[in-house]
Write a new protein. Structure first.
Length: 467
Protein backbone atom coordinates (compact mmCIF):
# COMPACT_ATOMS: atom_id res chain seq x y z
CA UNK A 1 0.00 0.00 0.00
CA UNK A 2 0.97 3.63 -0.31
CA UNK A 3 3.54 4.96 2.13
CA UNK A 4 1.89 7.87 3.92
CA UNK A 5 3.95 10.15 6.14
CA UNK A 6 1.41 12.89 6.81
CA UNK A 7 -1.10 12.29 9.59
CA UNK A 8 -3.92 9.87 8.79
CA UNK A 9 -7.29 10.76 10.22
CA UNK A 10 -10.73 9.21 10.11
CA UNK A 11 -12.15 12.06 8.03
CA UNK A 12 -9.71 11.39 5.18
CA UNK A 13 -10.44 7.66 5.30
CA UNK A 14 -14.19 8.25 5.21
CA UNK A 15 -13.92 10.62 2.24
CA UNK A 16 -11.54 8.42 0.25
CA UNK A 17 -13.61 5.27 0.76
CA UNK A 18 -16.81 7.10 -0.12
CA UNK A 19 -15.19 8.34 -3.32
CA UNK A 20 -14.16 4.77 -4.10
CA UNK A 21 -17.65 3.29 -3.74
CA UNK A 22 -19.18 6.26 -5.58
CA UNK A 23 -16.92 5.58 -8.57
CA UNK A 24 -17.77 1.89 -8.28
CA UNK A 25 -21.49 2.63 -8.46
CA UNK A 26 -21.04 5.07 -11.35
CA UNK A 27 -18.90 2.70 -13.41
CA UNK A 28 -21.28 -0.15 -12.71
CA UNK A 29 -24.04 1.65 -14.60
CA UNK A 30 -22.38 0.61 -17.85
CA UNK A 31 -19.92 -2.14 -16.87
CA UNK A 32 -21.77 -3.99 -14.10
CA UNK A 33 -23.76 -7.23 -14.20
CA UNK A 34 -26.69 -5.47 -15.87
CA UNK A 35 -29.99 -7.00 -16.98
CA UNK A 36 -29.62 -8.52 -20.44
CA UNK A 37 -31.67 -5.83 -22.14
CA UNK A 38 -29.26 -3.20 -20.78
CA UNK A 39 -26.00 -5.01 -21.42
CA UNK A 40 -23.42 -3.25 -23.56
CA UNK A 41 -20.85 -5.12 -25.59
CA UNK A 42 -17.48 -5.15 -23.80
CA UNK A 43 -15.93 -3.22 -26.71
CA UNK A 44 -18.47 -0.37 -26.57
CA UNK A 45 -17.16 3.01 -25.35
CA UNK A 46 -19.63 3.08 -22.43
CA UNK A 47 -18.63 -0.36 -21.14
CA UNK A 48 -14.92 0.39 -21.59
CA UNK A 49 -15.17 3.66 -19.69
CA UNK A 50 -17.27 2.01 -16.99
CA UNK A 51 -14.65 -0.70 -16.49
CA UNK A 52 -11.92 1.92 -16.05
CA UNK A 53 -14.08 3.84 -13.58
CA UNK A 54 -14.94 0.70 -11.56
CA UNK A 55 -11.31 -0.28 -11.11
CA UNK A 56 -10.40 3.33 -10.33
CA UNK A 57 -12.98 3.10 -7.51
CA UNK A 58 -11.77 -0.32 -6.33
CA UNK A 59 -8.21 0.95 -5.86
CA UNK A 60 -9.44 4.06 -4.02
CA UNK A 61 -11.50 1.83 -1.72
CA UNK A 62 -8.57 -0.50 -1.02
CA UNK A 63 -6.35 2.51 -0.27
CA UNK A 64 -8.95 3.98 2.11
CA UNK A 65 -9.26 0.64 3.87
CA UNK A 66 -5.48 0.29 4.18
CA UNK A 67 -5.20 3.81 5.64
CA UNK A 68 -8.02 3.03 8.04
CA UNK A 69 -6.15 -0.09 9.12
CA UNK A 70 -3.11 2.02 9.86
CA UNK A 71 -5.30 4.24 12.01
CA UNK A 72 -6.85 1.19 13.73
CA UNK A 73 -3.44 -0.13 14.71
CA UNK A 74 -2.18 3.28 15.82
CA UNK A 75 -2.12 4.92 19.23
CA UNK A 76 -5.63 6.41 19.04
CA UNK A 77 -7.89 4.03 17.10
CA UNK A 78 -11.50 5.00 16.34
CA UNK A 79 -14.27 3.39 18.35
CA UNK A 80 -16.35 0.49 17.00
CA UNK A 81 -19.31 2.88 16.76
CA UNK A 82 -17.30 5.25 14.56
CA UNK A 83 -16.28 2.33 12.34
CA UNK A 84 -19.89 1.23 11.92
CA UNK A 85 -20.70 4.72 10.70
CA UNK A 86 -17.84 4.46 8.20
CA UNK A 87 -19.24 1.13 6.98
CA UNK A 88 -22.68 2.68 6.48
CA UNK A 89 -21.17 5.65 4.62
CA UNK A 90 -19.05 3.53 2.30
CA UNK A 91 -21.96 1.19 1.54
CA UNK A 92 -24.45 3.95 0.72
CA UNK A 93 -23.48 4.58 -2.95
CA UNK A 94 -23.76 0.84 -3.64
CA UNK A 95 -27.36 0.54 -2.49
CA UNK A 96 -28.86 1.70 -5.78
CA UNK A 97 -26.03 0.48 -8.02
CA UNK A 98 -26.63 -2.43 -10.40
CA UNK A 99 -25.27 -5.83 -9.37
CA UNK A 100 -21.49 -5.91 -9.58
CA UNK A 101 -18.88 -8.65 -10.02
CA UNK A 102 -21.39 -11.51 -10.36
CA UNK A 103 -24.75 -12.46 -11.88
CA UNK A 104 -25.60 -14.82 -9.01
CA UNK A 105 -28.32 -12.50 -7.72
CA UNK A 106 -30.34 -13.24 -10.87
CA UNK A 107 -30.07 -16.96 -10.09
CA UNK A 108 -31.38 -16.26 -6.59
CA UNK A 109 -34.41 -14.43 -7.99
CA UNK A 110 -35.13 -17.16 -10.54
CA UNK A 111 -34.87 -19.88 -7.90
CA UNK A 112 -37.19 -17.93 -5.60
CA UNK A 113 -39.73 -17.64 -8.43
CA UNK A 114 -39.43 -21.39 -9.04
CA UNK A 115 -40.19 -22.18 -5.39
CA UNK A 116 -43.10 -19.74 -5.52
CA UNK A 117 -44.37 -21.56 -8.62
CA UNK A 118 -43.94 -24.97 -6.90
CA UNK A 119 -41.16 -26.09 -9.25
CA UNK A 120 -38.56 -28.38 -7.67
CA UNK A 121 -35.38 -26.28 -7.64
CA UNK A 122 -33.34 -29.33 -6.65
CA UNK A 123 -34.31 -31.18 -9.83
CA UNK A 124 -34.46 -28.38 -12.40
CA UNK A 125 -32.43 -25.33 -13.32
CA UNK A 126 -33.80 -21.84 -14.01
CA UNK A 127 -34.34 -22.70 -17.69
CA UNK A 128 -37.31 -24.78 -16.55
CA UNK A 129 -38.93 -21.59 -15.22
CA UNK A 130 -38.59 -19.79 -18.55
CA UNK A 131 -39.53 -16.19 -19.12
CA UNK A 132 -37.61 -12.94 -18.68
CA UNK A 133 -36.29 -13.74 -15.22
CA UNK A 134 -34.68 -17.00 -16.29
CA UNK A 135 -33.03 -15.21 -19.22
CA UNK A 136 -31.05 -13.11 -16.75
CA UNK A 137 -29.28 -16.17 -15.31
CA UNK A 138 -25.75 -16.84 -16.54
CA UNK A 139 -25.73 -19.61 -19.20
CA UNK A 140 -23.57 -21.92 -17.09
CA UNK A 141 -26.26 -22.00 -14.36
CA UNK A 142 -29.33 -22.25 -16.63
CA UNK A 143 -29.67 -26.01 -16.21
CA UNK A 144 -28.14 -26.31 -12.73
CA UNK A 145 -30.13 -27.27 -9.64
CA UNK A 146 -30.01 -24.92 -6.66
CA UNK A 147 -27.20 -25.68 -4.15
CA UNK A 148 -28.81 -23.61 -1.39
CA UNK A 149 -30.73 -24.66 1.67
CA UNK A 150 -34.43 -24.18 2.47
CA UNK A 151 -33.93 -21.07 4.63
CA UNK A 152 -32.50 -19.08 1.74
CA UNK A 153 -34.92 -20.48 -0.82
CA UNK A 154 -37.85 -19.64 1.44
CA UNK A 155 -36.50 -16.09 1.69
CA UNK A 156 -36.11 -15.87 -2.08
CA UNK A 157 -39.62 -17.29 -2.58
CA UNK A 158 -41.15 -14.76 -0.19
CA UNK A 159 -39.32 -11.99 -2.01
CA UNK A 160 -40.60 -13.28 -5.36
CA UNK A 161 -44.18 -13.24 -4.09
CA UNK A 162 -43.74 -9.78 -2.58
CA UNK A 163 -42.28 -8.24 -5.75
CA UNK A 164 -44.45 -10.20 -8.24
CA UNK A 165 -41.30 -11.21 -10.08
CA UNK A 166 -40.44 -7.62 -11.04
CA UNK A 167 -36.70 -7.41 -11.62
CA UNK A 168 -35.85 -3.96 -10.15
CA UNK A 169 -37.79 -4.65 -6.97
CA UNK A 170 -36.32 -8.13 -6.71
CA UNK A 171 -32.77 -6.86 -7.06
CA UNK A 172 -33.36 -4.27 -4.36
CA UNK A 173 -34.95 -6.90 -2.12
CA UNK A 174 -31.97 -9.23 -2.48
CA UNK A 175 -29.60 -6.39 -1.71
CA UNK A 176 -31.57 -5.60 1.44
CA UNK A 177 -31.33 -9.26 2.49
CA UNK A 178 -27.56 -9.07 1.97
CA UNK A 179 -27.42 -5.83 3.96
CA UNK A 180 -29.26 -7.56 6.81
CA UNK A 181 -26.55 -10.23 6.76
CA UNK A 182 -23.79 -7.61 6.78
CA UNK A 183 -25.51 -5.82 9.69
CA UNK A 184 -25.58 -9.09 11.66
CA UNK A 185 -21.89 -9.63 10.86
CA UNK A 186 -21.04 -6.13 12.07
CA UNK A 187 -23.08 -6.62 15.24
CA UNK A 188 -21.44 -9.97 16.01
CA UNK A 189 -17.80 -9.06 15.33
CA UNK A 190 -17.08 -6.81 18.36
CA UNK A 191 -18.74 -9.30 20.71
CA UNK A 192 -16.83 -12.24 19.25
CA UNK A 193 -13.59 -10.26 19.44
CA UNK A 194 -14.08 -9.42 23.13
CA UNK A 195 -14.76 -13.07 23.95
CA UNK A 196 -11.64 -14.09 22.02
CA UNK A 197 -9.43 -11.44 23.60
CA UNK A 198 -9.03 -9.52 20.33
CA UNK A 199 -9.47 -5.84 19.53
CA UNK A 200 -13.11 -5.13 18.51
CA UNK A 201 -12.09 -2.22 16.28
CA UNK A 202 -9.52 -4.34 14.44
CA UNK A 203 -12.11 -7.10 14.05
CA UNK A 204 -14.59 -4.68 12.47
CA UNK A 205 -11.92 -3.28 10.18
CA UNK A 206 -10.89 -6.68 8.83
CA UNK A 207 -14.23 -8.50 9.00
CA UNK A 208 -16.86 -5.88 8.08
CA UNK A 209 -15.16 -2.90 6.43
CA UNK A 210 -13.19 -5.29 4.25
CA UNK A 211 -13.39 -4.42 0.52
CA UNK A 212 -14.59 -7.96 -0.23
CA UNK A 213 -17.63 -7.34 1.96
CA UNK A 214 -18.51 -4.13 0.11
CA UNK A 215 -17.71 -5.46 -3.36
CA UNK A 216 -19.33 -8.88 -3.13
CA UNK A 217 -21.79 -8.95 -0.23
CA UNK A 218 -23.21 -5.43 -0.68
CA UNK A 219 -22.62 -4.67 -4.38
CA UNK A 220 -22.91 -8.33 -5.42
CA UNK A 221 -25.80 -9.12 -3.02
CA UNK A 222 -24.46 -12.62 -2.30
CA UNK A 223 -26.32 -14.87 0.10
CA UNK A 224 -23.01 -15.56 1.87
CA UNK A 225 -23.82 -12.37 3.83
CA UNK A 226 -26.90 -13.96 5.38
CA UNK A 227 -25.01 -17.18 6.10
CA UNK A 228 -22.17 -15.36 7.85
CA UNK A 229 -24.50 -13.04 9.75
CA UNK A 230 -26.50 -15.93 11.19
CA UNK A 231 -23.30 -17.86 11.93
CA UNK A 232 -21.84 -14.87 13.78
CA UNK A 233 -24.87 -14.22 15.99
CA UNK A 234 -25.17 -17.95 16.64
CA UNK A 235 -21.62 -18.04 17.98
CA UNK A 236 -22.31 -14.94 20.08
CA UNK A 237 -25.31 -16.71 21.61
CA UNK A 238 -23.24 -19.80 22.37
CA UNK A 239 -20.48 -17.70 23.95
CA UNK A 240 -23.19 -16.07 26.06
CA UNK A 241 -24.07 -19.48 27.52
CA UNK A 242 -27.11 -20.01 25.32
CA UNK A 243 -25.86 -23.04 23.37
CA UNK A 244 -29.28 -24.24 22.21
CA UNK A 245 -30.07 -20.85 20.66
CA UNK A 246 -26.59 -20.77 19.19
CA UNK A 247 -27.11 -24.18 17.58
CA UNK A 248 -30.46 -23.05 16.14
CA UNK A 249 -28.93 -19.94 14.57
CA UNK A 250 -25.88 -21.78 13.22
CA UNK A 251 -28.17 -24.42 11.70
CA UNK A 252 -30.22 -21.69 10.04
CA UNK A 253 -26.94 -20.38 8.60
CA UNK A 254 -26.13 -23.86 7.26
CA UNK A 255 -29.60 -23.99 5.71
CA UNK A 256 -28.61 -20.92 3.72
CA UNK A 257 -25.26 -22.39 2.61
CA UNK A 258 -23.84 -25.67 3.82
CA UNK A 259 -20.30 -24.62 4.93
CA UNK A 260 -21.73 -22.99 8.06
CA UNK A 261 -22.51 -26.51 9.33
CA UNK A 262 -18.95 -26.59 10.69
CA UNK A 263 -20.10 -24.00 13.22
CA UNK A 264 -21.87 -26.74 15.16
CA UNK A 265 -18.46 -28.22 16.04
CA UNK A 266 -17.50 -24.88 17.57
CA UNK A 267 -20.78 -24.83 19.52
CA UNK A 268 -19.97 -28.25 20.99
CA UNK A 269 -16.44 -27.23 21.97
CA UNK A 270 -17.63 -24.01 23.56
CA UNK A 271 -19.98 -26.03 25.76
CA UNK A 272 -17.24 -28.45 26.75
CA UNK A 273 -15.00 -25.52 27.66
CA UNK A 274 -17.84 -24.22 29.82
CA UNK A 275 -17.64 -27.48 31.84
CA UNK A 276 -20.60 -29.16 30.20
CA UNK A 277 -19.98 -32.86 29.58
CA UNK A 278 -19.09 -33.91 26.01
CA UNK A 279 -22.11 -36.22 25.69
CA UNK A 280 -24.51 -33.53 26.88
CA UNK A 281 -22.90 -30.93 24.61
CA UNK A 282 -23.22 -33.17 21.56
CA UNK A 283 -26.81 -34.16 22.34
CA UNK A 284 -27.90 -30.58 22.99
CA UNK A 285 -26.34 -29.33 19.77
CA UNK A 286 -27.51 -32.24 17.64
CA UNK A 287 -31.05 -32.03 19.01
CA UNK A 288 -31.33 -28.31 18.36
CA UNK A 289 -29.83 -28.71 14.88
CA UNK A 290 -32.12 -31.60 13.92
CA UNK A 291 -35.23 -29.86 15.20
CA UNK A 292 -34.33 -26.66 13.36
CA UNK A 293 -33.64 -28.53 10.13
CA UNK A 294 -36.97 -30.37 10.21
CA UNK A 295 -38.94 -27.24 11.09
CA UNK A 296 -37.22 -25.00 8.53
CA UNK A 297 -37.52 -27.57 5.74
CA UNK A 298 -41.20 -28.12 6.48
CA UNK A 299 -41.88 -24.38 6.58
CA UNK A 300 -40.05 -23.80 3.28
CA UNK A 301 -41.84 -26.68 1.57
CA UNK A 302 -38.80 -27.47 -0.56
CA UNK A 303 -38.14 -30.95 0.77
CA UNK A 304 -34.74 -32.47 1.45
CA UNK A 305 -33.45 -32.33 -2.09
CA UNK A 306 -30.86 -29.81 -0.94
CA UNK A 307 -28.85 -32.68 0.56
CA UNK A 308 -28.37 -34.31 -2.83
CA UNK A 309 -27.84 -30.93 -4.52
CA UNK A 310 -24.68 -30.27 -2.51
CA UNK A 311 -22.68 -31.83 -5.36
CA UNK A 312 -24.02 -29.30 -7.86
CA UNK A 313 -21.57 -29.05 -10.78
CA UNK A 314 -19.16 -26.15 -10.67
CA UNK A 315 -18.60 -23.62 -13.41
CA UNK A 316 -16.46 -24.51 -16.39
CA UNK A 317 -14.55 -21.29 -15.74
CA UNK A 318 -13.93 -22.04 -12.08
CA UNK A 319 -10.39 -21.28 -10.95
CA UNK A 320 -10.32 -23.38 -7.80
CA UNK A 321 -6.88 -24.91 -7.28
CA UNK A 322 -8.10 -28.48 -7.74
CA UNK A 323 -10.12 -27.52 -10.85
CA UNK A 324 -7.09 -25.83 -12.43
CA UNK A 325 -4.89 -28.83 -11.69
CA UNK A 326 -7.56 -31.18 -12.97
CA UNK A 327 -7.97 -29.34 -16.26
CA UNK A 328 -4.21 -29.12 -16.74
CA UNK A 329 -3.81 -32.84 -16.04
CA UNK A 330 -6.71 -33.67 -18.35
CA UNK A 331 -5.21 -31.61 -21.18
CA UNK A 332 -1.86 -33.37 -20.74
CA UNK A 333 -3.48 -36.81 -20.77
CA UNK A 334 -5.44 -35.92 -23.91
CA UNK A 335 -2.22 -34.95 -25.68
CA UNK A 336 -0.73 -38.28 -24.64
CA UNK A 337 -3.79 -40.05 -26.03
CA UNK A 338 -4.85 -41.48 -22.68
CA UNK A 339 -8.43 -42.55 -21.99
CA UNK A 340 -8.03 -41.34 -18.40
CA UNK A 341 -8.35 -37.65 -19.33
CA UNK A 342 -12.05 -37.37 -18.29
CA UNK A 343 -11.13 -38.63 -14.81
CA UNK A 344 -8.55 -35.93 -14.14
CA UNK A 345 -10.89 -33.26 -12.73
CA UNK A 346 -12.91 -35.68 -10.51
CA UNK A 347 -9.69 -37.20 -9.15
CA UNK A 348 -8.26 -33.79 -8.29
CA UNK A 349 -11.56 -32.76 -6.69
CA UNK A 350 -11.45 -35.90 -4.58
CA UNK A 351 -7.85 -35.12 -3.61
CA UNK A 352 -8.96 -31.62 -2.63
CA UNK A 353 -11.69 -33.02 -0.40
CA UNK A 354 -9.17 -35.38 1.22
CA UNK A 355 -6.78 -32.47 1.77
CA UNK A 356 -9.62 -30.46 3.33
CA UNK A 357 -10.45 -33.33 5.67
CA UNK A 358 -6.80 -33.60 6.66
CA UNK A 359 -6.58 -29.86 7.31
CA UNK A 360 -9.68 -30.01 9.51
CA UNK A 361 -8.19 -32.87 11.55
CA UNK A 362 -4.95 -30.95 12.06
CA UNK A 363 -6.81 -27.79 13.10
CA UNK A 364 -9.28 -29.36 15.52
CA UNK A 365 -7.29 -32.34 16.85
CA UNK A 366 -3.63 -31.35 16.72
CA UNK A 367 -3.47 -27.54 16.88
CA UNK A 368 -6.60 -27.08 19.03
CA UNK A 369 -6.85 -23.28 18.87
CA UNK A 370 -9.79 -21.46 20.42
CA UNK A 371 -13.08 -22.71 18.86
CA UNK A 372 -13.92 -19.49 16.98
CA UNK A 373 -10.42 -19.26 15.49
CA UNK A 374 -10.47 -22.97 14.66
CA UNK A 375 -13.75 -22.48 12.84
CA UNK A 376 -12.33 -19.57 10.87
CA UNK A 377 -9.27 -21.60 9.83
CA UNK A 378 -11.51 -24.54 8.91
CA UNK A 379 -13.80 -22.46 6.70
CA UNK A 380 -10.73 -20.95 5.04
CA UNK A 381 -9.48 -24.48 4.28
CA UNK A 382 -12.87 -25.49 2.85
CA UNK A 383 -12.84 -22.45 0.56
CA UNK A 384 -9.21 -22.92 -0.51
CA UNK A 385 -9.25 -26.64 -1.28
CA UNK A 386 -12.86 -27.16 -2.33
CA UNK A 387 -13.97 -27.87 -5.93
CA UNK A 388 -15.45 -24.38 -6.35
CA UNK A 389 -14.07 -21.02 -5.31
CA UNK A 390 -14.93 -17.38 -5.80
CA UNK A 391 -13.27 -14.35 -4.16
CA UNK A 392 -16.15 -13.88 -1.73
CA UNK A 393 -15.70 -17.45 -0.44
CA UNK A 394 -12.60 -16.12 1.30
CA UNK A 395 -14.98 -14.26 3.62
CA UNK A 396 -16.15 -17.55 5.15
CA UNK A 397 -12.95 -17.91 7.12
CA UNK A 398 -11.84 -14.29 7.10
CA UNK A 399 -14.94 -13.16 9.04
CA UNK A 400 -14.06 -15.33 12.04
CA UNK A 401 -10.30 -14.94 11.72
CA UNK A 402 -10.91 -11.19 11.99
CA UNK A 403 -12.70 -11.75 15.31
CA UNK A 404 -10.25 -14.24 16.80
CA UNK A 405 -6.85 -13.63 15.18
CA UNK A 406 -4.19 -14.15 17.86
CA UNK A 407 -1.95 -11.32 16.60
CA UNK A 408 -1.82 -8.24 14.39
CA UNK A 409 0.58 -10.05 12.04
CA UNK A 410 -2.13 -12.61 11.23
CA UNK A 411 -4.57 -9.81 10.41
CA UNK A 412 -2.00 -8.11 8.20
CA UNK A 413 -1.34 -11.29 6.19
CA UNK A 414 -5.06 -11.86 5.74
CA UNK A 415 -5.47 -8.21 4.70
CA UNK A 416 -2.81 -8.64 2.00
CA UNK A 417 -4.73 -11.59 0.54
CA UNK A 418 -7.87 -9.46 0.61
CA UNK A 419 -6.23 -6.74 -1.46
CA UNK A 420 -5.31 -9.23 -4.17
CA UNK A 421 -8.74 -10.91 -4.26
CA UNK A 422 -10.53 -7.56 -4.44
CA UNK A 423 -8.88 -6.97 -7.82
CA UNK A 424 -9.53 -10.42 -9.27
CA UNK A 425 -13.02 -10.21 -10.81
CA UNK A 426 -14.50 -8.16 -13.64
CA UNK A 427 -17.51 -5.99 -12.69
CA UNK A 428 -19.73 -7.77 -15.22
CA UNK A 429 -19.12 -11.10 -13.50
CA UNK A 430 -17.79 -12.88 -16.58
CA UNK A 431 -14.31 -14.00 -17.63
CA UNK A 432 -11.99 -11.23 -18.81
CA UNK A 433 -10.32 -10.93 -22.18
CA UNK A 434 -7.03 -9.13 -22.80
CA UNK A 435 -8.70 -5.82 -23.68
CA UNK A 436 -10.74 -5.83 -20.48
CA UNK A 437 -7.64 -6.62 -18.43
CA UNK A 438 -5.84 -3.66 -19.99
CA UNK A 439 -8.76 -1.35 -19.19
CA UNK A 440 -8.98 -2.62 -15.61
CA UNK A 441 -5.26 -2.16 -15.06
CA UNK A 442 -5.50 1.32 -16.58
CA UNK A 443 -8.20 2.28 -14.09
CA UNK A 444 -6.15 0.97 -11.20
CA UNK A 445 -2.98 2.71 -12.34
CA UNK A 446 -4.87 5.97 -12.79
CA UNK A 447 -6.09 5.69 -9.18
CA UNK A 448 -2.53 5.09 -7.95
CA UNK A 449 -1.33 8.17 -9.84
CA UNK A 450 -4.11 10.31 -8.35
CA UNK A 451 -3.37 9.01 -4.85
CA UNK A 452 0.34 9.69 -5.29
CA UNK A 453 -0.33 13.23 -6.46
CA UNK A 454 -2.63 13.80 -3.47
CA UNK A 455 0.09 12.42 -1.20
CA UNK A 456 2.68 14.78 -2.68
CA UNK A 457 0.34 17.76 -2.38
CA UNK A 458 -0.34 16.96 1.27
CA UNK A 459 3.38 16.69 2.01
CA UNK A 460 4.30 20.03 0.41
CA UNK A 461 2.93 22.30 3.20
CA UNK A 462 4.62 20.21 5.87
CA UNK A 463 7.95 20.40 4.02
CA UNK A 464 7.53 24.16 3.67
CA UNK A 465 6.94 24.58 7.40
CA UNK A 466 9.95 22.40 8.20
CA UNK A 467 12.14 24.57 5.95
Amino acid sequence: MLAVTHPVDLRRCRALGLAGTAFLAAGGETAGALPVRELLTPASPGAALGLVVVYFGVVLLIAAWALLGRLIHGSAPPSPRALLLVLALWATPLLLAPPLFSRDVYSYLAQGAMVDAHIDVYSYGPSHLGGPLAEEVAPVWQHTAAPYGPVFLATASALSALTSGELPAGLMGMRLVALLGVALMAAALPRLARHCGADPAAALWLGALNPLVLLHLVAGAHNDALMLGLLGVGLVAALGRRPALGAVLVTLAALVKAPALLGLAAIVLLQIRADRGPAKAVLTTAGAAAGTTVAATAAAGTGYGWIGALDTPVSAHNWALTSLLGRATGALLERLGSDLAPLAVPVWHTAGLALTAGALLVIWVRLRPRPVYALGLSLAAVAAFGPAIRPWYALWGLFLIAAAAPSASVRHRVAAVTGVLALSVMPGGGPADLEQLVLAVSGGVLAVVVLWQAHQAAQAPALGRAA
